[in-house]
Ligand binder design. Structure first.
Ligand SMILES: [Zn+2]
Length: 144
Protein backbone atom coordinates (compact mmCIF):
# COMPACT_ATOMS: atom_id res chain seq x y z
CA UNK A 1 0.00 0.00 0.00
CA UNK A 2 2.98 2.28 0.37
CA UNK A 3 3.93 2.00 -3.25
CA UNK A 4 1.76 4.85 -4.60
CA UNK A 5 3.11 7.24 -1.97
CA UNK A 6 6.66 6.27 -2.79
CA UNK A 7 6.03 6.96 -6.45
CA UNK A 8 4.57 10.37 -5.60
CA UNK A 9 7.55 11.14 -3.37
CA UNK A 10 9.99 10.12 -6.09
CA UNK A 11 8.14 12.23 -8.67
CA UNK A 12 8.17 15.28 -6.42
CA UNK A 13 11.87 14.82 -5.70
CA UNK A 14 12.62 14.55 -9.42
CA UNK A 15 10.55 17.67 -10.15
CA UNK A 16 12.34 19.61 -7.43
CA UNK A 17 15.70 18.50 -8.76
CA UNK A 18 15.03 20.06 -12.18
CA UNK A 19 13.00 23.07 -11.02
CA UNK A 20 15.85 25.59 -10.45
CA UNK A 21 17.13 25.35 -14.03
CA UNK A 22 13.66 25.29 -15.60
CA UNK A 23 12.44 28.18 -13.45
CA UNK A 24 15.45 30.26 -14.50
CA UNK A 25 14.81 29.56 -18.20
CA UNK A 26 11.15 30.34 -17.85
CA UNK A 27 11.78 33.57 -15.95
CA UNK A 28 13.79 34.97 -18.85
CA UNK A 29 12.00 36.90 -21.59
CA UNK A 30 14.77 36.20 -24.10
CA UNK A 31 16.21 33.03 -25.61
CA UNK A 32 19.59 32.25 -27.14
CA UNK A 33 17.68 31.22 -30.28
CA UNK A 34 16.13 34.66 -30.76
CA UNK A 35 19.52 36.26 -30.05
CA UNK A 36 21.25 34.24 -32.78
CA UNK A 37 18.66 33.94 -35.55
CA UNK A 38 19.23 36.02 -38.65
CA UNK A 39 17.38 36.35 -41.93
CA UNK A 40 20.64 37.29 -43.66
CA UNK A 41 22.42 34.21 -42.28
CA UNK A 42 19.59 31.97 -43.43
CA UNK A 43 19.45 33.55 -46.91
CA UNK A 44 23.21 33.41 -47.39
CA UNK A 45 23.69 29.98 -45.81
CA UNK A 46 25.87 31.33 -43.00
CA UNK A 47 26.14 29.11 -39.91
CA UNK A 48 25.59 31.58 -37.08
CA UNK A 49 25.88 29.03 -34.25
CA UNK A 50 27.53 30.80 -31.34
CA UNK A 51 30.61 29.30 -29.65
CA UNK A 52 30.42 28.53 -25.92
CA UNK A 53 31.93 31.83 -24.82
CA UNK A 54 29.44 33.81 -26.93
CA UNK A 55 26.56 31.85 -25.37
CA UNK A 56 27.90 32.76 -21.92
CA UNK A 57 28.11 36.41 -22.96
CA UNK A 58 24.56 36.31 -24.35
CA UNK A 59 23.28 34.92 -21.05
CA UNK A 60 25.13 37.68 -19.20
CA UNK A 61 23.58 40.27 -21.54
CA UNK A 62 20.12 38.79 -20.96
CA UNK A 63 20.50 38.60 -17.17
CA UNK A 64 22.12 42.01 -16.69
CA UNK A 65 20.47 44.16 -19.34
CA UNK A 66 17.70 42.61 -21.44
CA UNK A 67 15.54 40.98 -18.77
CA UNK A 68 15.74 43.95 -16.37
CA UNK A 69 14.90 46.28 -19.30
CA UNK A 70 11.93 44.09 -20.28
CA UNK A 71 10.64 44.11 -16.69
CA UNK A 72 10.88 47.90 -16.47
CA UNK A 73 9.47 48.42 -19.96
CA UNK A 74 6.50 46.14 -19.28
CA UNK A 75 5.86 45.18 -22.90
CA UNK A 76 7.56 43.01 -25.55
CA UNK A 77 11.00 44.02 -26.83
CA UNK A 78 12.07 42.58 -30.18
CA UNK A 79 15.63 41.59 -31.00
CA UNK A 80 16.61 42.61 -34.55
CA UNK A 81 20.12 41.24 -34.17
CA UNK A 82 22.12 39.67 -31.36
CA UNK A 83 25.10 37.39 -31.87
CA UNK A 84 26.79 37.57 -35.29
CA UNK A 85 29.64 35.36 -36.38
CA UNK A 86 32.40 37.20 -38.27
CA UNK A 87 30.96 36.25 -41.65
CA UNK A 88 27.45 37.41 -40.77
CA UNK A 89 28.76 40.63 -39.24
CA UNK A 90 30.57 41.36 -42.51
CA UNK A 91 27.44 40.47 -44.52
CA UNK A 92 25.28 42.98 -42.61
CA UNK A 93 27.95 45.69 -42.68
CA UNK A 94 28.63 45.60 -38.94
CA UNK A 95 31.57 47.43 -37.37
CA UNK A 96 34.85 45.51 -37.70
CA UNK A 97 35.21 45.10 -33.94
CA UNK A 98 31.49 44.88 -33.15
CA UNK A 99 30.41 43.55 -29.78
CA UNK A 100 27.81 41.53 -31.71
CA UNK A 101 30.62 39.12 -32.67
CA UNK A 102 31.24 38.15 -29.06
CA UNK A 103 27.57 37.93 -28.10
CA UNK A 104 27.78 41.08 -26.03
CA UNK A 105 25.41 43.27 -28.06
CA UNK A 106 21.79 43.33 -29.18
CA UNK A 107 19.80 45.60 -31.48
CA UNK A 108 16.40 46.21 -29.92
CA UNK A 109 13.11 47.50 -31.20
CA UNK A 110 9.75 47.94 -29.47
CA UNK A 111 7.68 48.51 -32.61
CA UNK A 112 7.35 52.29 -32.25
CA UNK A 113 9.63 55.33 -31.96
CA UNK A 114 7.81 56.34 -28.78
CA UNK A 115 8.43 52.91 -27.27
CA UNK A 116 12.05 53.00 -28.38
CA UNK A 117 12.50 56.40 -26.67
CA UNK A 118 11.13 54.99 -23.43
CA UNK A 119 13.30 51.88 -23.73
CA UNK A 120 16.38 54.02 -24.41
CA UNK A 121 15.76 55.97 -21.18
CA UNK A 122 15.39 52.68 -19.28
CA UNK A 123 18.61 51.28 -20.76
CA UNK A 124 20.48 54.42 -19.66
CA UNK A 125 19.81 53.37 -16.06
CA UNK A 126 21.07 49.79 -16.57
CA UNK A 127 24.66 48.54 -16.92
CA UNK A 128 25.99 48.94 -20.47
CA UNK A 129 29.25 49.38 -22.36
CA UNK A 130 27.59 50.87 -25.43
CA UNK A 131 24.15 52.43 -25.90
CA UNK A 132 23.37 53.85 -29.34
CA UNK A 133 20.21 55.44 -30.71
CA UNK A 134 20.48 54.04 -34.26
CA UNK A 135 19.16 55.61 -37.47
CA UNK A 136 16.91 58.15 -35.79
CA UNK A 137 15.61 55.60 -33.33
CA UNK A 138 14.76 52.82 -35.79
CA UNK A 139 16.49 50.53 -33.29
CA UNK A 140 18.65 50.71 -30.19
CA UNK A 141 22.06 49.09 -29.98
CA UNK A 142 23.07 48.03 -26.48
CA UNK A 143 26.21 46.19 -25.43
CA UNK A 144 27.42 44.91 -22.10
ZN1 LIG B 1 24.12 46.70 -32.90
Amino acid sequence: MNTPNLIVAATVAAAEAVTPVKAKEKASHFTITELTRSTTARRQGIDNTPPEQAVKNLHRLIDTVLDPARELFGAPIYVNSGYRCRELNRAVGGAARSYHMSGRAADLNTGSTEGNKRLYEILKTLPHTELIWERGGTWIHVAY
